[in-house]
Design a protein around this ligand. Structure first.
Ligand code: COA
Ligand code: AMP
Length: 634
């Protein structure tokens, strides 16, 4: 008889007793060029570094080793694009060929260890190939989500200073084709850091125009490189695998750095313990590669363990209907599905009785995982009833790269409490603190902080900005990482998240900075001051809503300025901002010291009861907000 399976409680205790031993044991899942002799160096980096003396290559671990182990004929990626009615599997052997030849193409452009490559691609397997080819060379990729406008792309180009940009001629959304290449051209025109070349994947639906001398046809280069594959370049475990930009509290995005060794160790551990998905099984992560979930569980983790990942270029609804996720999961026999609650709310809206699930064979599906925003209890309850499956809410940040708190299916599911993201994962010692940094009792709301060091896979720093790393996350509560997420822990130790303590909102599972939107609005020539808040939305969770005070003497129609404000946010930040509402008001409610009362404005907008803030300068200002919202709602 084997030893009894480890429970969550045993596992967490084992980690608490000896964190370094725990992660060193977990590191056995990785093929190292030179294995770690120690797990952690407390004196390196901002708060210590994981696996300081080890070397490895991420692409080798995600591709080559599986072919060597006989998985060459197994699909690595299942590409499914319902809008163009196209589907194609890519085996591990085919992936290895394409990745090593594409790495040769990149090397021909001088890309090597430590160089940055910006990737601006839709959900096509070329995105996976591009990321893995960078990793093969030890180059650092930075993927930018396609819904961002040229100015946002330019900001990322300037920060990462890439040698190359990899893009496609277009993205395909239900009902429209989005030309990507003109967005890249515009971004390069704006950026100070000019890339040396742009490689374009031309899609049959739209041929992009090429800039002579700078732009190159990706497919032609790949064909020319056939048979010239390059080997994996070993890097230090502490070398960056990628940079992923995320919203900060200002318009300037934060470049979250992910290191190579710690990331792979944490992802490998989570695939079995948290997701209970194993080599040879199929994992369906519906998140775009432009987000952290797409990086971790759309690309790296499933490939790392020799599972199969699904690359789904479609939507939860509209491609063609609300059964799309269930169709994909059934067709490919997915063991688990991972998406954002917003997608499930969109499905529920169109299929309220959950009938479509039953029309497909979901017998291989063992669980549904939700993250990226608050999973409301009503959606979780509906989903459990519609599918009969465990619905596992888990809490994440781009910064952490993997789950902070969740319900570890692979260690034996704990009771699901709708509305809770369950329990902390090994590596995360969570405390809820009040405004003075004092720990609060169970059931009391505060902000979550994580005792340092953060576990493997979490950010070691921000790209080129150690000072911002400290100021954003470490300075407020010495010895702890500030999550900026508020909530409480119940008597059983289950985590409940209630919202952010800063100006970040989650809209359709996308993280947005309302401060960044305010910066854009403030640049409008007629706007004297403005405030943006996230207001509740039945599908997207929250959507931004802007309030504008016009400069004295501006005699233009309010509707005209509001329309320009909406267009400006779309032009500067992108359609991803979902900024559709701007309301012109006479004044903004403020405290006597001049702070805009955004929290009270939000409660008014959401129709919630609110107390008149004691420090309010002019109580009547709240009425102007309520009146503007009432007028908008008709
Ligand atoms: N490239 C270009 N534009 C994009 C894009 C992309 N990759 N993705 C979205 N957009 C555009 C959309 O077309 C839309 O444009 P519009 O204003 O002209 O309609 C806009 O950005 C807003 O998109 P979104 O917020 O996604 O709304 P939607 O109405 O298109 O779809 C959902 C709503 C719920 C179906 C969709 O948001 C969804 O699938 N969400 C899941 C998100 C997710 O997986 N997040 C990852 C975190 S785990
Ligand atoms: P992102 O960096 O885009 O992954 O967004 C991270 C933020 O999304 C977190 O700081 C939370 O505010 C929110 N979030 C992520 N997962 C959850 C969850 N399961 N429940 C509540 N909020 C979540």
């Amino acid at each position: 008889p084997g030893s009894p399976p480890l429970t969550y409680a045993d596992t967490y205790r084992r980690w608490q007793a000896d964190p370094e031993r725990f992660w060193l044991d977990a590191s056995a899942a990785i093929d190292w060029a030179s294995p770690p002799t120690r797990a952690f160096d407390p004196d390196a980096g901002t708060y210590g570094r994981w696996f300081p003396d080890a070397t490895l290559n991420a692409c080798f671990n995600c591709v080559d080793r599986h072919v060597l182990a006989g998985r060459g004929e197994q699909p690595a990626i299942l590409y499914d694009a319902p809008v163009i009615n196209f589907a194609k599997p890519i085996t591990y052997a085919e992936l290895l060929d394409e990745v090593s030849c594409f790495a040769a193409v990149l090397r021909d452009f001088g890309v090597g260890k430590g160089d940055r490559v910006v990737i601006y691609l839709p959900m096509i397997p070329r995105a996976h190939v591009a990321m893995l080819a960078c990793a093969r060379l030890g180059a650092i990729h930075s993927v930018v989500f396609g819904g961002f406008a040229p100015a946002e792309l330019a900001a990322r180009i300037d920060d990462a200073a890439p040698k190359l940009i990899l893009t496609a001629s277009c993205g395909i959304e239900p009902g429209r084709t989005i030309p990507y290449k003109p967005l890249v051209d515009a971004a390069i025109a704006m950026a100070r850091a000019k890339p040396q070349a742009v490689l374009v994947w031309q899609r049959p639906r739209l041929q992009a125009e090429m800039v002579e001398g700078r732009d190159h046809d990706w497919e032609a280069l790949l064909e020319a490189a056939e048979g010239r594959g390059v080997d994996c370049v070993p890097v230090l475990a502490t070398d960056p695998l990628y940079i992923l930009y995320t919203s900060g509290t200002t318009g300037k995005p934060k470049g979250v750095v992910r290191d190579t060794g710690g990331t792979l160790v944490a992802l490998a551990w989570s695939m079995s313990a948290l997701y209970d998905v194993h080599p040879g099984e199929v994992f369906f992560c519906a998140s775009d590669v432009g987000w952290v979930v797409g990086h971790s569980y759309g690309v790296y983790a499933p490939l790392l363990i020799g599972a199969t990942t699904i690359c789904y270029e479609g939507k939860p609804v509209g491609s063609p209907d609300a059964g799309a996720f269930w169709r994909v999961a059934a067709q490919y026999g997915a063991a688990a599905l991972f998406t954002a609650p917003t997608a499930m709310r969109a499905i529920r809206k169109e299929d309220p009785e959950g009938k479509l699930f039953a029309s497909y064979d979901g017998s291989k599906l063992r669980a549904l995982f939700l993250a990226g925003e608050r999973a409301d209890a009503a959606t979780v309850d509906w989903l459990m009833a519609a599918t009969g499956l465990p619905v596992i809410d888990h809490w994440w940040q781009t910064e952490t790269g993997w789950c902070i708190a969740g319900n570890p299916l692979g260690l034996g599911l704990l009771p699901v409490k709708p509305g809770s993201a369950a329990v902390p994962m090994p590596g995360y010692a969570l405390t809820v603190v009040d405004e003075n940094g004092r720990a609060v009792a169970a059931g009391t709301m505060g902000m979550f902080v994580v005792a340092l060091p953060l576990p493997p896979g979490s950010l070691p720093t921000l790209w080129g900005d150690e000072a911002r790393m400290r100021a954003s996350y470490l300075d407020d509560h010495p010895g702890f990482y500030s999550t900026r997420d508020a909530g409480y822990v119940d008597e059983d130790g289950h985590v409940f998240l209630l919202g952010r303590t800063d100006d970040i909102i989650n809209c359709a599972g996308h993280r947005l900075s309302t401060g960044g939107m305010e910066e854009v609005l403030a640049a409008h020539p007629d706007v004297a001051e403005c405030a943006v808040i996230g207001i509740n939305d039945a599908v997207k969770g929250e959507v931004p809503c802007g309030f504008l005070v016009l400069k004295a003497g501006v005699a233009r129609q309010a509707a005209a300025v509001a329309g320009e404000a909406v267009a400006l946010v779309r032009e500067r930040i992108g359609p991803v901002a979902s900024f559709k509402t701007a309301l012109v008001v006479e004044r903004l409610p403020k405290t006597r010291s001049g702070k805009i009362l955004r929290g009270t404005m939000k409660r008014i907008a959401d129709g919630e009861a609110y107390a008149m803030p004691a420090t309010i300068e002019d109580p009547a200002a709240l009425e102007t907000i309520a009146a503007a919202l009432a007028e908008r709602n008709g």
